[in-house]
Design a protein around this ligand. Structure first.
Ligand SMILES: Cc1cc2nc3c(=O)[nH]c(=O)nc-3n(C[C@H](O)[C@H](O)[C@H](O)COP(=O)(O)OP(=O)(O)OC[C@H]3O[C@@H](n4cnc5c(N)ncnc54)[C@H](O)[C@@H]3O)c2cc1C
Length: 108
């Protein structure tokens, strides 16, 4: 199941850094695909007082997605389009999950 909290082994090494090229350490990582999974992961980590670093596509340049211990919650697999609607001004509004990529992050 994708919501599993996994040990931060060598196979996840790339998730220790972002586009800033700074790198850090973590003890565990998860790739939730739904809000319920995010909630379950955070409840568990909160109870254990584990610090959490949230990651999107790791294209940030300020090292905000670089972990400093604790857990990495990576949202890149929350990539569904949830709905399209039009407001009173005729503008289209698209609802997406946080892992949906624009063209620039999809090609990185
Ligand atoms: C080639 C290139 C071009 C770029 N061009 C631009 C540009 O034109 N304009 C621009 O503004 N930026 C640009 N950037 C910077 C970067 O793409 C943006 O900052 C981008 O929005 C980061 O999104 P991300 O999902 O990769 O976030 P990440 O790098 O994964 O995270 C950035 C921060 O947001 C937090 N975070 C991520 N997801 C969540 C979430 N779901 N909930 C809460 N916190 C979260 C992280 O903890 C971290 O602190 C560029 C970067 C590159 C490499």
């Amino acid at each position: 199941m994708s919501a599993t909290i996994k040990p931060f082994t060598d196979e996840f090494e790339e998730y220790g850094r972002d586009e800033s090229r700074a790198s850090g350490e973590a003890s565990s990582i998860s790739f939730p695909t739904t809000e319920d999974e995010v909630r379950a992961i955070l409840e568990k980590l909160h109870a254990e007082r584990v610090p959490v670093t949230v990651q999107g596509a790791r294209t940030g340049l300020a090292a905000g997605a670089v972990p400093h211990g604790g857990h990495i919650l990576n949202t890149s697999r929350m990539n569904r389009y949830l709905g399209l609607r039009r407001d009173e001004q005729g503008q289209f509004l698209l609802r997406v999950e946080p892992g949906v990529c624009s063209r620039s992050c999809a090609s990185s």
